[in-house]
Design a protein around this ligand. Structure first.
Ligand code: HEC
Ligand code: HEC
Ligand code: HEC
Length: 131
């Protein structure tokens, strides 16, 4: 009835192929997008891990402080002072929205509506025109 001579090697080959498939894929996580880091600056307003996780919270805090509470005093980053501002703060160092914010947001499928009103850095426009 059973053809041991075929079933056993067949099983071994099958298990072997499965294991190969599993281990072959194990090391391949989805690659995070490549971001353009600001030139000439070493630090962000908060430690990088915090920025990755909660820059949107910080932006809301800044907006509330500036607009609702009138607290416009600047923040210190690496010994220099910066405005608590999307355009004059974040985008002063992150000079391209396209090559920084957008790359990551597209990867994560989030589309902040801030730019309906706030002006994106001029560099993106210049880059586009230069093409
Ligand atoms: C003084 C210049 C400067 C300002 C102002 C600044 N950043 Fe940064 N930011 C940096 C630098 C430099 C890094 C990279 C740090 C590193 O990789 O160690 C960074 C990293 C980040 C990261 C993490 C990127 C990654 O590696 O995944 C995010 C997100 C970010 N910034 C968003 C913002 C936002 C939003 C604002 C405004 C609230 C802002 N930054 C303001 C200089 C700045
Ligand atoms: C390291 C990747 C990364 C970078 C770089 C990054 N973001 Fe984000 N951002 C995210 C993710 C992920 C979310 C969604 C988080 C969530 O929904 O909890 C987000 C959400 C936001 C939100 C809230 C949007 C909403 O609809 O809730 C704002 C505002 C924002 N980002 C602004 C910026 C700005 C401005 C920059 C560039 C200076 C930037 N981000 C760069 C990953 C990034
Ligand atoms: C409907 C238009 C509109 C939208 C959309 C909008 N803003 Fe604003 N935002 C304003 C105006 C107007 C001011 C006031 C500018 C001032 O007085 O300096 C402001 C001020 C701010 C400030 C403080 C000062 C500055 O110059 O940046 C921050 C931070 C800010 N907005 C962040 C955000 C973020 C983050 C988003 C997206 C989640 C967003 N805004 C979406 C209109 C808008």
């Amino acid at each position: 009835m059973y053809d041991k001579g075929k079933i056993v090697p067949g099983l071994i080959i099958f298990v072997g192929l499965m294991l190969f498939a599993i281990f072959n894929n194990a090391g391949q996580k989805p690659q995070p997008p490549k971001l353009e880091k600001p030139e000439g600056y070493k630090e962000c307003v908060l430690p990088v891990e915090e920025m990755k996780q909660s820059h949107m919270v910080l932006l809301n805090e800044w907006r509330d402080e500036v607009i609702r509470e009138g607290k416009r005093e600047q923040v210190k980053v690496g010994g220099k002072m910066f405005d608590k501002s999307l355009q004059r703060g974040c985008m002063h160092c992150h000079t391209s929205k396209k090559k920084f914010c957008d790359v990551c947001h597209e990867f994560a499928s989030v589309y902040p509506y801030c730019w309906d009103c706030h002006i994106a850095p001029q560099r993106d426009m210049a880059d586009q025109e230069a093409k």
